[in-house]
Design a protein around this ligand. Structure first.
Ligand SMILES: Nc1ncnc2c1ncn2[C@@H]1O[C@H](COP(=O)(O)OP(=O)(O)OP(=O)(O)O)[C@@H](O)[C@H]1O
Length: 592
């Protein structure tokens, strides 16, 4: 499987996918700018107030407004200050709402897009990694990005605006002081770049370890009954503890590095602050600088420099966001190796299935099917039998196009399934898997999963055909009985019958059953067999079975061995041949 390289600028690459939010971003940046300007003005006003008190009639405010009384001048300043604060508070609120809306919007879109992409990736991709690892990307990584967008992006903008605005005030007051006060800035920038480079691999490691942990946690919860049955609790606890320790250690390493940045920033700030205090004070004493301006500059130095300590936090969020963005992009860049075709089948679909020289295998592994030729005419029931590991499920997997063959082709109604759109292919197939999945919801919801618009009467009809209606009616809430996420309150046989009803309700041209009656008792099996015979009168059925009694009436039985068809024929023909099938039949029934 080829993998597209992650771009060097994962956040930028991610943003290019979300250009539709540009308007909202511009609005958020505008609001933050208004807010920052309104935030700086009160400090200028303090300087103006000191100026009023010290210089009286000659003050800047006095000459600007043409008012003599110092009391009135201060009153005007207070009124102006009030207006500025109202603007500051209102713009803060609007900016917060806009930034959060932006991050929530991007997060939502990304989560849905990444999930949708993941569900279109082939089965091999999903089987090749723990589902918890994918979950970690869809959940933790997307959330991590939200934190960066929510807090980090706005903070970066605020700090940059701060430097610009305060810089403008300093530059207007005295260029010498401007240079002194801005002394720490290059140090902070150089430090940021240095730490950013060091932090990048550390946060990539944090994301990897959290994915491993998440994968192990979800696998363990899914297999909790096995853990209990084998009293493996303490062993599993230790395994999870080891993965958690790796995660903690990765975080500690990253935090140790990112925290080391804070003292560096603080020392740089101290230098800048001391310079302003000392050199500004001396200049004022010499009469080169107005007292009002000096007090403004002292306040401004605080305003300029202290927020720089935030740079470390922002850098931290930025690096975490970058690491998460790379993982999300990697998922989004994962190619869909089993893409849908574009052709539609002529309706009604007849249901003729053919395999022509199908060679198949998993990943880079050896071939599991070695050139299977099989013709299943429309309307017939064909069985596939063979010892365990002979390739029966692999064959079904290719009929369903969970995977494409390495060589040869699978055809439905004479068309290569790779050319067909999903609706034509999977819409024509009713599948009952070996391991039945029950969704949370009611029994009726589960049966209607493939046809959500089905009426209650149709759902009941499908349940009757699958020999499931009796046990469903016996439940206190009947078809409305809720099922747990994994259908834990149903027996294996009951779950199989629900799955069968689900497949029959779609009225598919081809019914694909993988060991669909393996978990039921003999009596239920006979009931299902009778219903299946009725249900498959006018449709194709491909049935994988271990218990040969369930397929003895099939039109044709294909016997697989080591990935090859070794025998084929009706039950009676195969018994007459006296080969593999006859041997298996004898073992299972004791008769010949
Ligand atoms: N996801 C997978 N990845 C790699 N190899 C696999 C995978 N699934 C099956 N195989 C291998 O393919 C071969 C055929 O397996 P398959 O499940 O098709 O056999 P089967 O006849 O259905 O067996 P059973 O009757 O036990 O279900 C086996 O050797 C198995 O190890």
């Amino acid at each position: 499987m080829t993998r597209t390289a992650t771009p060097d600028q994962p956040l930028r690459a991610l943003w290019s996918r979300h250009r539709r939010y540009r308007g909202r971003l511009i609005a958020a940046v505008t609001m933050s700018t208004i807010n920052k300007v309104a935030d700086v003005i009160p400090e200028l006003l303090i300087g103006a107030a000191v100026d009023v008190v010290v210089r009286g009639d000659d003050s800047f405010v006095g000459s600007l407004l043409g008012i003599e009384s110092r009391y009135s001048q201060l009153g005007w300043l207070a009124a102006f200050n009030f207006v500025v604060w109202v603007i500051e508070s209102a713009s803060q609120y609007v900016a917060d709402v806009l930034w959060r809306g932006l991050s929530q919007g991007v997060e939502h879109d990304l989560r849905v897009e990444a999930y949708d992409h993941a569900q279109h990736l082939d089965m091999g991709w999903h089987e090749g990694r723990a589902s918890g690892t994918t979950l970690a990307t869809l959940n933790d990584d997307v959330n991590q990005l939200e934190r960066f967008l929510d807090v980090g992006a706005a903070a970066i903008l605020q700090t940059a605006l701060n430097v610009l605005l305060v810089g403008a005030v300093f530059a207007a007051a005295s260029w010498q002081l401007f240079l002194l006060a801005f002394l720490p800035i290059p140090v902070v920038i150089a430090g940021s770049l240095f730490f950013q480079r060091r932090l990048e691999p550390l946060y990539a490691r944090v994301r990897e370890t959290v994915a491993d942990l998440s994968g192990a946690l979800s696998a363990n919860l899914a297999g909790i009954s096995t853990i209990k049955a084998f009293t493996a609790e303490s062993r599993e606890r230790d395994r999870i503890a080891a993965l958690s320790t790796a995660y903690r250690q990765a975080n500690v390493d990253a935090i140790r590095q990112s925290a080391a940045f804070v003292p560096l920033v603080r020392m740089a700030i101290l230098a800048g602050f001391t310079c302003t205090l000392l050199f500004g004070g001396w200049a004022t004493l010499r009469g080169d600088l107005e007292i009002g301006l000096y007090s403004v500059l002292v306040f401004m130095t605080q305003r300029l420099l202290w927020p720089l300590t935030e740079v470390a936090t922002v850098l931290d969020l930025y690096q975490r966001g970058r690491a998460s963005a790379s993982r999300i992009l990697r998922l989004l860049d994962e190619p869909v190796t089993v893409p849908a075709g574009t052709e539609a089948l002529a309706r009604p679909v007849r249901g003729a299935v053919e395999l022509r020289g199908v060679v198949a295998g998993y990943g880079e592994g050896p071939a599991v099917l070695h050139g299977i030729d099989m013709v299943i005419p429309a309307g017939e029931t064909h069985a596939i039998v063979g010892s365990t590991g002979s390739g029966k499920s692999t064959l079904l997997r290719h009929v369903l196009r969970f995977d494409d063959p390495r060589d040869g082709a699978v055809l439905l109604d004479g068309r290569d399934v790779r050319e067909l759109d999903w609706d034509s292919l999977r819409g024509s197939l009713g599948y009952v898997a070996q391991d039945v999945y029950i969704f949370s919801g009611s029994i009726a919801d589960n049966i209607a999963y493939g046809r959500p618009d089905a009426s209650r009467a149709e759902i009941r009809e499908a349940a009757v055909a699958a020999a499931a209606a009796d046990f469903i009616d016996a439940l206190p809430e009947g078809f409305d009985s809720p099922l747990g996420e994994r259908g834990v309150n149903l027996s294996g046989g009951q779950r199989q019958r629900i799955a069968l009803a689900r497949a029959l309700l779609r009225d598919p041209a081809v019914l694909v059953l993988d060991e669909a009656t393996s978990a039921v008792d003999n009596e239920t099996e006979a009931a299902i067999q009778a219903s299946l015979r009725r249900a498959t009168i006018d449709r194709t059925a491909i049935v994988v079975a271990h218990r040969l009694s369930t397929v003895r009436h099939a039109h044709r039985i294909w016997v697989l061995e080591g990935g090859d068809v070794v025998e084929a024929g009706t039950h009676d023909e195969l018994l007459a041949v006296g080969g593999n099938y006859a041997g298996l039949w004898k073992v299972q029934t004791g008769e010949l």
